[in-house]
Design a protein around this ligand. Sequence first.
Ligand code: HEM
Length: 468
Amino acid sequence: MTDRRPSAHDRAGVTMPPSPAPGPAVSAGPRKAGTAEQVRFATGVLLPLLSAGVIKRRPRVMALAERLQLDRGGVATMRLLRERHGAGPLLMRLAGRSVLLLLDPGDVRRVLDGTPRPFGPASWEKRGALTQFQPHGSLITRGTERAPRRRLNEEALETDRPLHHLAPAVAGTVEEEARLLADRCAVTGQLAWDDFAACWWRTVRRTVLGDAARDDHRLTGELGRLREAANWSVLLPRRRALRARFLAHLRRRAEGAGPDTLAAAAMARAEETGAAPVSQIAHWLFAFDAAGMTVFRTLALLTTHPEDGRRARDEITGTGTGTGAPRTLPFLRACVLDTVRLWPTTPAVLRQTTEDVEWDGRTVPARTTVLAHAPYFHRGDPHAPYADRFTPGMWLDGRARSDPALVPFSGGPGVCPGENIVLLHTSTWLAAMLGERLTYRLASRVRPGPCRPLPATFNPFGVRFTVH
Ligand code: HEM
């Protein structure tokens, strides 16, 4: 039965593919996918996501996924399901769990706005994964304990402020480390992921835990091993000894962090019952990885899209670089946002129903997983002018923000509380690199460009530049 309701996405002037077979007007709630469709979804959408590593990307699998452009197949599968079944969500049975697959942007908004009840963020799969290194993280907390943990995140990360009160310290740290990287590039004439990542992680450890943690590779190494285990979610037993070692190590660092750090902002709120600051800090360290990948992809876009590259440089020179002063850099922020839209670092946004939910006249039972496939919503509409194009401008003129399909940082009460600190950190990094009077030229195999559709899968670990 088909139920093609006009969605907010339609109202925003962007239409997803229409259902080909309009059915009776009476709705009987979510439809069920057939067995062949479930197999196709599992192999075409889920398998590539899981094999690439949801919590810690696996570089070799990413390289293969890029070669095969696996995300294109994933989006095509989603489109097919939408064409067959129309806009309403689709019920599936996967590995013994009920999954409600969203196909309409209006439903994405409904689910995100309904967080944490009746759509809880602490889904079964997420808890299985993230308890490996952040047993009390807000994202995997259920019930009344979630509120103080979410609040700690919002207050310490200053969710609503484009410039965090630590922005001067962040700007100084980033400019220092970026200059060291630039000096190295000027000598070697090239820039590859490993060089960048080493410097990126120094700025992350300094921003989160202070200068004393700058070279604490052991800490991020321990976290990396736990994240690798987390990729397997419930399939792997807890690495309890390693987790205890990591959390004790992180606690020592957090307790000793100086005043100009995010950790100090978290520890200052530790008195609040159940806020569990160390678990929240563990999430921050993990999440900064996605931001680093995004910087590298954005640099690749800015070096292959001459007009956008020029505009970025104008913004940087217009606001003065090398001063250590924090800047808002709206265009660079828009570039970062559009990069995360194109290659979402949280490709599967998951919720779990906390109770029975009435959906178009049928009941979706409690404990059902709800899944929004971000690559499909961000690029799945072939008629959208932005689908496969770098379009930072739409983050500046309000188009993207009013479109419920575009959720690179999620939305509603479970929106990423770190969005602004991410945009500050990443835009400052890009300004520091592009403002260093060096010219970057993309030298790796996959070349994005303004004259052809952008790659569906873009592996940041394979990106290389020559530098003059
Ligand atoms: C490119 C970088 C990032 C992107 C694209 C991103 C995106 C997201 C998304 C989509 C979610 C929702 C996940 C879900 O519902 O399952 C989320 C949650 C969250 N993010 Fe980020 N994030 C980034 C980096 C960061 C950083 C660096 C921090 C902290 C410094 C952070 C803190 C959080 C927290 C605490 C949550 C959980 C919120 C809650 O429990 O309600 N994120 N993020």
